[in-house]
Design a protein around this ligand. Structure first.
Ligand SMILES: Cc1cc2nc3c(=O)[nH]c(=O)nc-3n(C[C@H](O)[C@H](O)[C@H](O)COP(=O)(O)OP(=O)(O)OC[C@H]3O[C@@H](n4cnc5c(N)ncnc54)[C@H](O)[C@@H]3O)c2cc1C
Length: 290
């Protein structure tokens, strides 16, 4: 099927894009088009107008600024995976985003699109929450920053207001020597994740955990941050990780046409342990290398 008719705009600046989006005529942003175009072709969505941001200047850079990693909204997911600086400073980004679909979709799909679309399987959303990143937004009334931890509200639901543009993601510096890992289970290679776990662990000079984060995908309406503060001071041995069972006991994951909620409940603790253990081992490698 072909999309329903729509107006097409191709702004060259953020100001112009935001002005077009702010007209209130139901215009939608077109970024990589990997999610939006199939929906338009199925006529599931019928935007009156598209604001194609691919020609907007200044949104496609990855740079360190004020101690944080600044990732422009138009950075392609594969460019983030391939970026050596990002891999060094925030290895969880590469670990997570390399699972986001196939190479071709990662070469078109953008960071801003992944955040705005907020698909329940979107690996970047889990990494952004685990790393305590901030989503940068712009509307006709100016810029606004929203912590990832409150940006994602549910499947395809975010704090984004009508007419607002995602301009980037700001990721704070991580503790030196932190390790990261991401694991997911899907039906086939690079299919949508049924369950995923993102973890970061930092160790102290004696090799014990001094900070840890764990975020699960697809066990709750939005990326789910698990309280793993009980792991601080431990070496993530079986006894310490046993405490995870209590933290995960209350989860009631949704089922869908692919897998049941019960399956997700069984798989989540396995992936959680695997991600935390791998992150801890990598943190230890950094400590030994230092
Ligand atoms: C076969 C296939 C498999 C995939 N598998 C995965 C996967 O496993 N994991 C995963 O995470 N993704 C997956 N994707 C999705 C993909 O990688 C997309 O990158 C992502 O969902 C949307 O990014 P996009 O740039 O293509 O956005 P678009 O499709 O252009 O837009 C998606 C939505 O976000 C809005 N939007 C886009 N950019 C902005 C912005 N800057 N500000 C405000 N709103 C904006 C659009 O208006 C639209 O509503 C897959 C896609 C395909 C086709």
């Amino acid at each position: 099927m072909k999309p329903a008719p729509f107006e097409y705009h191709a702004p060259s600046s953020v100001a112009e894009a935001v002005a077009l989006l702010g007209r209130g005529d139901g215009a939608q942003v077109l970024a990589g088009g990997q999610s939006l175009v199939p929906l338009m072709k199925a006529r599931t969505v019928r935007p009156a107008a598209l604001v194609d941001v691919n020609g907007v200047a200044g949104l496609d850079a990855i740079e360190e600024r004020d101690g944080a990693l600044q990732i422009g909204a138009l950075v392609r997911l594969q460019a983030l995976v391939d970026h050596p600086g990002a891999a060094r400073s925030h290895p969880l980004l590469r670990e997570a985003v390399r699972h986001a679909g196939h190479l071709a979709t990662r070469h078109r799909g953008t960071v801003g699109g992944s955040l705005a679309y907020a698909a329940p399987w979107a690996e970047l959303t889990a990494a952004a929450v685990a790393l305590d990143a901030t989503v940068e937004l712009r509307s006709p009334s100016g810029p606004r920053s929203v912590p990832a931890r409150s940006f994602f509200r549910g499947p395809h639901q975010t704090a984004l207001q009508p007419g607002e543009l995602v301009t980037g993601l700001s990721v704070p510096a991580q503790p030196p020597g932190a390790g990261a890992a991401f694991h997911e289970v899907s039906a086939r290679y690079r299919d949508y994740a049924h369950v995923a776990a993102a973890a970061t662990v930092a160790v102290d000079p004696a090799g014990a955990c001094r900070a840890a984060e764990l975020v699960l995908l697809r066990v709750a309406p939005a990326p789910h941050r698990v309280d793993v503060s009980g792991l601080v001071g431990t070496r993530l041995d079986d006894a310490a990780l046993g405490a995870l069972d209590a933290a995960l006991a209350g989860l009631d994951p949704p089922g869908d046409v692919e897998v049941s909620g019960a399956h997700r409940r069984r798989v989540a603790p396995v992936l959680a342990r695997r991600a935390l253990r791998d992150a801890f081992a990598r943190a230890g490698e950094h400590r030994e290398a230092a």
